[in-house]
Design a protein around this ligand. Structure first.
Ligand code: MN
Length: 240
């Protein structure tokens, strides 16, 4: 009995080795689990459910096969694939999760997030996030042509690379104040998120509660997943 978590796979046609490793993971490790949680940035970009990229369609098919074999698949959007919508959910069989979402993992209440909402010291990014998460902005964007959206996504990617490399590393990490506030708000002292590409398990205290923050790893140089079972949890690297 186990629940698996992945995030930040960043599937992209320029990195076939990541796609190959993800497909293997979905056909092997994930098949033995009861639940698979995808906590954002599965795709490097997702310009809408009419995204024509054949690599992404292979992932959609693999998720369809996985969910139809009886593994419950859950999908939370990240800052790259927040335009995954109803058609994506229908085709993959994934249950779409709000960010944040509260779940019970073998009787432990756990808060799940992509992680970008916790990077509150990056004011410029938070402004961008508010804009693109606005339903009317999304509706306008999705009404433009596929070619236009592909061009815009690649522009946004270049801009975030340039700006990201100019920001001090602590700005790009989660804010401890935001983490503590989120735990207090939900009364939940275990959190799982990705986004920062800094896989780790942090133990600390919030008020008088022992608290745990598990950060999932990205898949740029190797695979990474969290396995949670009644016996405990561990972050597992997947060497490539
Ligand atoms: Mn992210």
């Amino acid at each position: 009995m186990s629940t698996l978590f992945i995030s930040d796979v960043h599937v992209d046609s320029t990195r076939p080795e990541i796609l190959g490793q993800l497909l293997t993971f979905l056909e092997t490790n994930a098949m033995d689990a009861e639940d698979l949680y995808i906590l954002g940035d599965l795709f490097e970009t997702w310009i809408g459910d009419d995204d024509p990229d054949p690599e992404k369609h292979r992932v959609v098919h693999a998720l369809h096969d996985l969910s139809h074999s009886g593994v419950r698949c859950h999908f939370m959007a990240g800052n790259r694939d927040f335009l995954a919508g109803d058609v994506f959910a229908e085709r993959t069989g994934c249950r779409m999760l709000e960010d944040p979402s509260l779940v019970q993992l073998f009787d432990v209440p756990v808060l799940l997030l992509h992680g970008d909402s916790l990077c509150t010291d990056d004011h410029e990014y938070q402004r961008f996030r508010r804009m693109v998460r606005d339903p009317s902005w999304q509706q306008d964007f999705l009404s433009t042509t596929v070619d236009h959206r592909i061009a815009m996504a690649s522009q946004a990617r270049d801009a975030s690379k340039t700006h990201g490399s100019q920001k001090p590393p602590e700005i790009m990490d989660v804010s401890k104040t935001a983490v503590n506030a989120m735990m207090r708000e939900y009364g939940v002292y275990t959190m799982i998120h990705g986004h920062t590409h800094r896989p780790d398990i942090h133990h600390f205290n919030v008020d008088d509660h022992p608290a745990t923050r598990i950060v999932l790893g990205d898949w740029y140089t190797q695979g990474s997943y969290l396995r949670w079972s009644p016996a405990g949890y561990s972050l597992e690297p997947l060497p490539r």
